[in-house]
Write a protein that binds this ligand. Structure first.
Ligand SMILES: [Zn+2]
Length: 252
């Protein structure tokens, strides 16, 4: 079954056995990892417990990833984030300030700097930030939350962040980008096919993004989400998961 914790466990096991060196983005930006390398990134959107299930598996396999936390949802939990940082995970900032400022660049840049400061004041050593791409938002006058960097080219430097986009771009050419967006692998039919690729070292270097909200301890939930996602666009899948989450939040 795809997108279960058991499948993720297997994926890490196979990648490690095939000799992949697993590393967070920060390490990929500051070093030159030898192939085969697997950069692991997770966008942490709504559910902290699902993220902890993933990080526990990574710890079991002796690897660490980058965790990009939203600060405007229930996942923002500084104590839990500090524990993950102490365990060797990279904590990053998953920002959506331009969406929340409805396209107002001045507002979005100020909010970005404030939220980053809030993370750092909470004892989190944040050196990278990745934009959130909420497909439910209609964007008027801008394309992406990352537009703040085009509008203010000195922003990253001023707030002391590494440039993930440009920093990985040279290396990007070597990396194959694999994502579970919409609860489906891009360009890969199944987790089994992905495992076969790792086993055969089909790709010398992989940059993999997963969303812990999509992954389930229960095969039943995994199956339900996957069946639902087959008949939906990624936008609809995110809408369903977000609304499930808001029902849970309201009831807890
Ligand atoms: Zn996101």
């Amino acid at each position: 079954m795809d997108f279960t914790c058991a499948a993720y466990d297997r994926l890490l096991c196979v990648a490690r056995e095939a000799g992949y060196r697993v590393l967070p983005i920060r390490e990929a930006l500051t070093g030159t990892p030898a192939a085969p390398a697997l950069i692991l990134r997770h966008d942490v959107e709504w559910d902290l417990n699902r993220t902890l299930a993933i990080t526990q598996l990574e710890q079991k396999h002796g690897v660490r990833s980058s965790l990009y936390f939203r600060v405007d949802t229930g996942v923002f939990d500084p104590a839990a984030m500090r524990r993950l940082q102490d365990d060797g995970f990279e904590i990053g900032y998953h920002f959506n300030t331009l969406d929340r400022c409805r396209g107002d660049l001045t507002c979005a840049i100020a909010m970005f700097a404030d939220e980053l400061q809030r993370l750092r004041e909470a004892g989190l050593d944040v050196v990278t930030a990745i934009p959130h791409g909420d497909p439910r938002i209609t964007r008027i006058g801008y394309q992406s939350n990352a537009d703040i960097f085009d509008c203010d080219p000195d922003l990253l430097n001023r707030v002391g962040l590494l440039d993930v986009g440009n920093g990985l771009s040279d290396r990007y050419l070597r990396y194959i980008y694999i994502t579970d967006l919409g609860i489906r692998w891009n360009g890969i039919g199944s987790t089994a096919e992905l495992l076969a690729g790792f086993r055969a070292r089909r790709w010398p270097s992989v940059y993999m993004l997963t969303h812990p909200d999509y992954w389930s301890a229960s095969p039943l939930r995994a199956m339900g989400l996957q069946i639902a996602s087959r008949s939906m666009s990624a936008m609809k899948v995110n809408r369903v998961i977000a609304s499930l989450r808001s029902v849970v939040d309201r009831n807890s």
